[in-house]
Design a protein around this ligand. Sequence first.
Ligand code: URA
Ligand code: ZN
Length: 386
Amino acid sequence: MPPPPDPPLVVDIHTHMYPPSYIKLLSSRTTVPYIYQPTETPDSDPRLIILASDDDPSRPKSSRGRPVDSTYSSFDQKRAFMRRHGISCSVISLANPWLDFLDPDTALKTAQDINDDLDGACAENNNTDSPSHDALKLYAFGCLPLSAPAKDIVSEIHRLKSLRHVTGVIMGTTGLGKGLDDPALDDVYAALSSTATLVFLHPHYGLPDSAFGGPEVVAKSGHVLPLALGFPLETTIAVSRMYLSGVFDRHPQLQFLLAHSGGTLPFLAGRIESCVAHEREFVANGGHRQGPQRSIWDVLHTNIYLDAVIYGQPGLKAAIEAAGSVDRVMFGTDHPFFPPLGNDKEAKWLSVESNKGAIDGCLPEDEAAKRKILGGNAIRVLGLDL
Ligand code: URA
Ligand code: ZN
C-alpha cells in the first residue's frame, strides 16, 4: 500500500486584522468608523461601528455595530484559529474601511506605519530562529493611503516591494473618491502594473438602505442585507465600471483578486457581455459608442482571480467556471468576521467549514484541483515561501 498523501497545504488569503495601532485610531473617533467602549459596562467588549447602517440612532450606542474582541487584533488568536482549522499560512489584510476616512495629510504616514507593523509581525512569526516559532506562516496584503495625493499612493506601492512579507495590497471600491473607473487612478494602476502588485478588492460600502426598502427594513435583519447582498453587489458594480471604462484595456497587466468570489460577477458576466455587444450597435442611443475593447471573459481569465469565500457549491461552481479554471480560485475564511455565537470557544467556524465543504462538493474526485484552490494557487500567484 502506498503511504497516504500529505494533507493539502491550506492558505487563507481572505483573513483580516485590525492591528493594535488601527484599533487605537478607531477608538479615538466618534463618527463611523469608530470603536466605542460602553461606559455602563466597562468590562464588556468594545463595539465596532464600521458600516453606516451600524450607527442606527434609534439604538443605544452600547448595542450598535458588533463586539470587537481580541480575535480582531491578536496574532496569537489568529494562529489559534489557523491551528484549529488546519490552515498553514494566512495572508492577513487590514479590514474595512481601511484608510478611506483619513485626512489626506495623515494618510501616507498611517499607511506606512500599518504596513511596517504588518510586515514586522509576519517577519517575527516566520523567523525560524525564534523560540516561539511554529510551522504556521504569515504574510500580508498592505494598505494604500487612498485619500492622499496620487503621487503618495504610487510611492507607497513602490515602497511595499521592499517589505518581504507584503505580497500585494487590499483596496476598497472608492478609489480616490469617485470609484475605480476614475481616470485619475491611471498613475496608480500603472504603478500596480509595473510592480506586478496584486490588488485584493474588497467591499465595504454596500448599497444605500433605499435599495432594500429603507433603514427600517435593513434594521429588521441586522447585517444580513448589507453583508449578504450589499457587499457582493458593490464588488460587482465596481469591477463592471472598471471594465466598461476601459481600465483593463489601458492596463492589461493589472491583477485583481476579488473578494467573495467576485460578488455576482461570475453569474452576470454573460449578461454584461451581451449588453455591451448590443449597446455597441445601438445607433438610436447616440450612434457607435466606444466600449471596452476586450471581452469580459478575457478579462476574467487573465486579470482576475476569485476567492472561494462563497459558502456553497452553486456559487463556487460559477466562480471556477467564470475564472476559466481551478487555477484562478483561492480559499479564504473572512476571519474574524462571522464567529460562532455559542459558548464553545473551540467550535469550528461555519465560514471555514462551509467554504471547505463547497470545495469538496464541487470537485469530489479531483484531489489535485482541490489542492490548488486550498493553497497551491496562492503559493504560486503570491510567491509564498512555504
Ligand atoms: N466581512 C468583512 O470583511 N467585513 C465586514 O464588515 C463584515 C464581514
Ligand atoms: Zn473580508
